[in-house]
Design a protein around this ligand. Structure first.
Ligand SMILES: [Zn+2]
Length: 120
């Protein structure tokens, strides 16, 4: 199951852009400079908690200006299930083209509603 974390980072003054530049690293979903108690926030995804901590370590290992890191791991939420498009898929398979006039008909139609062609 996918895990997500907010990584709050305090940097040396004027260097938070180096953290934002990490948004191209694998697993970094977003990266922003912020105002407040921290200077930058990364949103990181991984396949499991072990990979997550490994990624956070790799992302920050070569950052000399990082002063403090606080990682907030998101709690699993059912609303983060991938969105499926079942309705559209059903619509695609429940209509078909009339062999006579090529008009689109519902799959359970017995007669073409356009040209009257009798299916089967
Ligand atoms: Zn027809």
């Amino acid at each position: 199951m996918k895990v997500f974390a907010y990584v709050l980072i305090r940097t040396q003054p004027g260097t938070s852009h180096q953290i934002v530049a990490l948004r191209s690293m694998p697993g970094v979903v977003s990266a922003h400079s912020v105002f407040g108690r921290f200077d930058a926030v990364l949103f990181v995804s991984a396949d499991n908690v072990e990979q997550l901590s490994q990624r956070v370590y790799e992302i920050l290992a070569k950052q000399p200006n990082v002063v403090k890191v606080e990682t907030l791991v998101c709690m699993p939420s059912p609303t983060e299930e991938p969105v499926t498009h079942k309705k559209e898929e059903i619509k695609l398979v429940t209509s078909f083209h009339c062999p006579s006039c090529r008009a689109l008909n519902e799959v359970d139609a017995l007669v073409c509603s356009y040209c009257g062609y009798r299916f089967r």
